[in-house]
Design a protein around this ligand. Structure first.
Ligand code: ADP
Length: 259
């Protein structure tokens, strides 16, 4: 019997070692995938913006343009340059968030007020979309970082708009649940396949389908959302059906942990 137990134990240890090796391998594959995603997305986005800047400035240099045309080309160059700056800022932000070097600038705030402010701002840039508010009547104020939580709402709403290219209805709501405030953003856009739902929160991940191919993005918005939400004691997740739409959810803690 002792021999049997010893043999079983050895087998168990072998299994464990094998599993550890498999896990390490998986992690390595994940990192590798992330690296190639990074290279392909960043080089693509950078090249698109830089090609624009190069082309527009060439036209300005080589052609006789009316004052009106000069203004138009300058505006195009400006837009491309802004995109580059935004992209780099996002990369730096995420890096700071992930390495724990970003300090939250805490203050008391009303999440509903932030949502209303963001919706009013984004409504103007999304004339094809109907954005509806379903806010909880009275939310307790929370201790949080106003700019960062604004960024969370902006990123989720921007995605809802961006990934329903035909327009449609977007609902943003807040609910009080125990010691958490739960916010959701629902769209009836392109949707996301089930097997990608976890992955989209990893940096530099984009879902490549016919529908999304021509939509600009760097796969940084959701990882930033995730880091910020986690810093506020909450979680983020998504439900979706391809062709029907998506709902993104996040929670933030308002009460003490024990409530
Ligand atoms: P980006 O939009 O810049 O690519 P994100 O990190 O914000 O980066 O999103 C990652 C990916 O998740 C997107 O490329 C897209 O494929 C998918 N996605 C995010 N939000 C939505 C949404 N509301 N509907 C459909 N797909 C979405």
């Amino acid at each position: 019997a002792a021999l049997l137990i010893a043999r079983e134990k050895a087998q168990q240890e072998r299994d464990q070692a094998l599993q550890a090796l498999r896990d390490a391998n998986e992690e390595l594959e994940r990192l590798n995938r992330m690296k190639s995603n990074f290279v392909s997305i960043v080089s693509h986005e950078f090249r698109t913006a830089l090609t624009g800047i190069q082309g527009f400035s060439e036209i300005m240099r080589d052609s006789e343009l009316s004052a009106m045309e000069v203004k138009e080309y300058a505006a195009d160059i400006h837009a491309d340059a802004r995109r580059l700056v935004r992209m780099i800022n996002n990369m730096l932000d995420l890096d700071r968030l992930e390495s724990g070097r970003l300090r939250l600038n805490l203050g008391w705030l009303d999440l509903n007020a932030i949502i209303i402010e963001v919706v009013n701002r984004l409504r103007q840039s999304a004339p094809k979309h109907h954005i509806r508010l379903r806010l909880a009547k009275a939310l307790p104020i929370i201790l949080g970082d106003r700019d960062k939580l604004t960024q969370v709402v902006v990123n989720l709403l921007n995605n809802a708009i961006k990934y329903s290219p035909g327009g449609g209805e977007i609902v943003i709501g807040s609910i009080l649940e125990g010691s958490m405030i739960h916010v959701y953003v629902k769209d009836n856009g392109l949707g996301i396949p089930d097997d990608e739902l976890e992955r989209i929160f990893e940096r530099y991940t984009r879902v490549e389908t016919m529908g999304t191919r021509f939509i600009q993005g760097t796969g940084l918005g959701l990882p930033i959302v995730k880091e910020i939400v986690q810093l506020h004691g909450g979680e983020v997740w998504a439900e979706s059906a391809v062709g029907e739409g998506s709902v993104f959810h996040f929670t933030v803690r308002y009460g003490p942990k024990s409530v």
